[in-house]
Ligand binder design. Structure first.
Ligand code: NDP
Length: 341
């Protein structure tokens, strides 16, 4: 089998030499385990954190270890009665063409939808958007929501669910094409290109027009300039589900370098205090008990086309590192996937 391992811990943005393409023997499934040929693997921003040797909510990938990640594929051999060869499954096989997992760690995929949906719109990222918005954002009809990385699998789910619940939805995305995708495919009421504004102040001025009644929910995916632009526009009793901050993933982990510019915490705390804001961080792996509720609600909407999704599919495991580096720079258009077969 082929796999991608972590060759070196990146300093700043990852580069080619931080990854290695290796050939290894196909693993043999033990008692209660299942061997899977991975057809599609997922690339996600959290993988950048796994490359750092820093304590976070999950352990880092060791040097020489297979990069972590989820994939969808077909069972080749099973030592558990719940699975048989030919079954389509999702599991955490890493960046690899084959993987062995205990049967209880696998999810059988339903017929009728492409298996790639288990990586994006109906997988971890879509669930993250749905959970963060509904449980933490607590959307109410007539409110205004802003989300960045708006055409990705998390942001596009957030925008579509919010729109369906009667909110005004404002997308922030990188480039004119992604802004068009946000309004035309994902139904956002307005879209702003964060790259078109030199600083937070200029972006804030544009946001003031796009969100004339202020912002009730800011779904935090990126941090950085976008967060700085949004904060003063938050309404009283606004909610901020803190989902990610991809603008800072290359600059250091917890306790690392704070990033450029002056200390913004006084502004943050003061907005929180004076406006009774609620900012709640969450890691979706702690909330899998609600995944069936998500699937019940959203899978039929995806099947009927009421929830749209866009996938960006790179070809071949050898191209996974480049596709991942592109994801961190916003080169992906929609959910980033790698086709392995
Ligand atoms: P995306 O597919 O949307 O990819 C990331 C996007 O981030 C890029 O395409 C780019 O979009 C945007 N981006 C990158 N750098 C910047 C920057 N400096 N400023 C603004 N935007 C930037 O990712 P996902 O939908 O998979 O994930 C979105 C966020 O949700 C991430 O922060 C991720 O870590 C987080 N997440 C958190 C989870 C949790 O459990 N808390 C679970 C899953 C995801 P553009 O070109 O439009 O700017």
């Amino acid at each position: 089998m082929k796999c991608i391992t972590l060759a070196a811990r990146p300093e700043g943005a990852p580069k080619d030499s931080d990854f290695a393409l290796e050939s290894r023997d196909v693993p043999t499934p033990g008692e209660g385990e299942v061997l899977v040929r991975v057809h599609y693997m997922s690339l996600d921003p959290y993988m950048r954190g796994r490359m750092d040797d820093a304590k976070s909510y999950a352990d880092p990938v060791p040097i020489g270890g297979i990069m972590e990640g989820g994939g969808a594929g077909e069972v080749l051999a099973s030592n558990d009665p719940a699975f048989k060869p030919g079954d389509k499954v999702f599991g955490m096989f890493g960046w690899a063409t084959h993987g062995v997992q205990p049967a209880k760690m696998l999810r059988k995929l339903p017929d009728g939808l492409p298996i790639t949906t288990s990586l994006g719109v109906l997988g971890m990222p879509g669930f993250t958007g749905w959970y963060g918005l509904t449980e933490i954002g607590k959307p109410k009809k007539g409110e205004t929501l802003v989300v960045a990385a708006a055409t990705g699998p998390v942001g596009s789910m957030v925008g579509q669910i919010a729109k369906a619940r009667g909110l005004r939805t404002v997308a922030i995305a990188g480039g004119a094409d992604k802004c068009k995708l946000a309004t035309e495919t994902f139904g956002f009421d307005a879209a702003l290109d964060h790259r078109a504004y030199d600083d937070a102040r200029a972006l804030r001025a544009a946001l003031t027009e796009a969100a004339p009644d202020g912002i009730d929910i800011y779904f935090e995916n990126v941090g950085g300039k976008v967060f700085e632009a949004v904060l003063p526009l938050m309404n009283r009793f606004g909610r901020i589900p803190v989902c990610g901050m991809i603008a800072g993933y290359n600059t250091g982990a917890l306790g690392g370098t704070p990033g450029e510019g002056p200390d913004r915490f006084p502004v943050f705390w003061r907005n929180l205090l004076v406006k009774h804001l609620t900012a709640t961080g969450f890691i979706i792996s702690n909330h899998w008990n609600q995944y069936p509720a998500f699937l019940n609600e959203v899978a039929p909407l995806v099947a009927s086309g009421k929830i749209a999704y866009v996938e960006d599919i790179a070809e071949g495991i050898e191209n996974a590192p480049r596709a991942f580096m592109g994801l961190l720079e916003g080169k992906n258009v929609g959910k980033q996937i790698v086709k392995l077969i």
